[in-house]
Design a binder for this molecule. Structure first.
Ligand SMILES: Cc1cc2nc3c(=O)[nH]c(=O)nc-3n(C[C@H](O)[C@H](O)[C@H](O)COP(=O)(O)OP(=O)(O)OC[C@H]3O[C@@H](n4cnc5c(N)ncnc54)[C@H](O)[C@@H]3O)c2cc1C
Length: 462
């Protein structure tokens, strides 16, 4: 029998960020169980050239910085704050576990163990079963993150077709006749950028893009005072666009013309939004790929033909197909974060999973009333479509206003390194007149943005 105050199921980024706040802010005992052999969740399964899409500065657990707080001097991210590689993220979570959690004497870690409903954990190695008596069970698996190496493609593959997850690229033996990248999300963008950076001619890349995506400009999501106007100013601009838009079309025109959303091809209207984040330099590289196939999803790949929902293209047995179709940020139905003895970790800030998990940890440690706790932590499922931009921005604005009106929580949030808007609190000295105008714009338009987004959403949701 294992006894603990909290049983955290999942040692991925969210489980680790939640547990970190309990270790720091309380004297609770925590048992962490994970079916993988080391902490870090999907990062332990990702392709070797994966990196964070947003700065290391606000990723990981609250109590320990990730990275060395420098701006990249070369490559597609030059001029912007560093992005940890997958290997760095995994090493970081290993350090958090072994240098902080376990030495605290209050954390027990059970790697290679499967949790089963009812409270038992089974070792995948020895088959030994333990019962866990915990006051609360924390589900840190709800996001169901998947990366291509975790599962086979959802389309049929004929015998002899070369189709690999991105993990196989770094071990490629010989150069294929061409590359077909399947998928339009950030993993596919990573693969296209990696191929171009390693010397592949963009004309040798065919990019199968079922939907075009609205993209975030990484320059607008940066820490520190240097980026105050792009990050906090950018947020103010989004809120203003949301408040003033006369229609959904007008909203996206405003967001694009003010540089808040980017697109790959100016002639194709995006219908997807999944918080994919790029730099302008990376976008320029991606635009070098001219063979973009917009015929829907792949149904099957044969020796000489790729069959899609609305057409087909030719291929060859010597062509390498790279599957990038895993749903890395699945849109899961929202459930109450706090429900009795259960806590279900979900994003409560748009596409900021570790910040969300840390805030949930702080609310758990500091508040007792379940209704109040849930009001402070309304889930914001990962977006999928362009319309989801409206949904997540509305709920985010409501959540942020609620949390900031709670003075104790407001102080904690301003001190959290995981807050992507930490640039707001990093000014040296009081804000000057121009900076005050940015804050005033947010104050002026937040209420109007929430009301207008609800009105626009009613037109599509009925
Ligand atoms: C390529 C990529 C880049 C990203 N870049 C960024 C970024 O720059 N910034 C950002 O904020 N976010 C980023 N994200 C999103 C975010 O980091 C992840 O979605 C987040 O790490 C999810 O963490 P998680 O803990 O919810 O899930 P996971 O990483 O999936 O962890 C869940 C864990 O639960 C375990 N588990 C599941 N079921 C059981 C069970 N029954 N018993 C025991 N263990 C179980 C699994 O083994 C796993 O370790 C990125 C995501 C991807 C895919």
């Amino acid at each position: 029998m294992i006894e603990a105050d909290y049983l955290v199921v999942g040692a991925g980024a969210m489980g680790m960020a939640f547990a970190d706040v309990l270790v720091t802010d309380t004297d609770a005992n925590i048992a962490i169980v994970d079916r993988y052999g080391s902490p870090g969740g999907h990062w332990t399964r990702a392709y070797p050239f994966v990196r964070l899409h947003q700065p290391s500065a606000f990723y990981g657990v609250n109590s320990r910085p990730l990275g060395s707080d420098v701006k990249d001097a070369a490559g597609g991210n030059a001029g912007l704050y560093e992005l940890a590689s997958g290997a760095e993220v995994v090493a970081y979570f290993d350090q958090v576990m072994n240098q902080q959690f376990l030495p605290s004497g209050r954390v027990q870690y059970f790697p290679m163990c499967e949790y089963a409903e009812g409270g038992s954990i089974v070792s995948l190695v020895s088959k030994e079963t333990h019962q866990v008596a915990a006051k609360k069970v924390v589900d840190a698996t709800y996001s169901q993150t998947s990366v291509p190496s975790m599962r086979p493609p959802a389309y049929d593959l004929a015998d002899g077709v070369r189709c690999v997850p991105p993990n196989a690229l770094a071990a490629l033996d010989g150069s294929p006749a061409g590359y077909v990248v399947v998928g339009a999300g950030k993993t596919a963008m990573d693969v296209c950028l990696w191929l171009i950076a390693t010397g592949v001619d963009p004309d040798d890349i065919t990019w199968i893009m079922p939907r075009d995506s609205w993209l975030l400009d990484r320059a607008n999501i940066q820490p520190g005072p240097d980026f105050f106007y792009s990050t906090v100013g950018g947020f103010a601009t989004q809120i203003e666009c949301a408040a003033l838009a006369e229609s959904i079309e007008d909203l996206f025109e405003r967001l694009e013309s003010t540089g808040q959303l980017l697109r790959l091809d100016k002639n194709v209207k995006p219908t997807m939004y999944r918080c994919a984040t790029v730099s302008r330099a990376e976008l320029d590289e991606l635009r070098k790929i001219q063979n973009v196939v917009r015929m829907g999803h792949v149904r099957s790949i044969g020796e000489n033909e790729v069959l899609l929902n609305s057409g087909s293209i030719s291929t060859t047995p010597e062509t390498l197909h790279i599957d990038c179709t895993a749903d890395g940020l699945e849109r899961r139905p929202p459930v109450d974060v706090f429900h009795g003895e259960h806590i279900t970790l979900q994003p409560i800030r748009t596409c900021q999973p570790t910040f969300s998990a840390a805030v949930i940890g702080h609310v758990e440690a500091s508040y007792t009333d379940e209704k109040e706790k849930n009001e402070l932590c309304a889930p914001i499922p990962y977006p999928n479509s362009d319309i989801d931009w409206l949904r997540i921005t509305r709920t985010d604005a409501i959540n942020t206003a609620r949390r900031n009106s709670d003075s104790e929580l407001g102080v904690w949030l301003r001190g959290s390194r995981l807050d992507a808007y930490s640039a707001a609190g990093s000014l040296e000295g009081p804000p000057d007149e121009e900076q005050l105008k940015v804050f005033a714009k947010i104050g002026e338009h937040t209420g109007g943005a929430i009301r207008n987004l609800e009105k626009l959403l009613a037109e599509v949701d009925g």
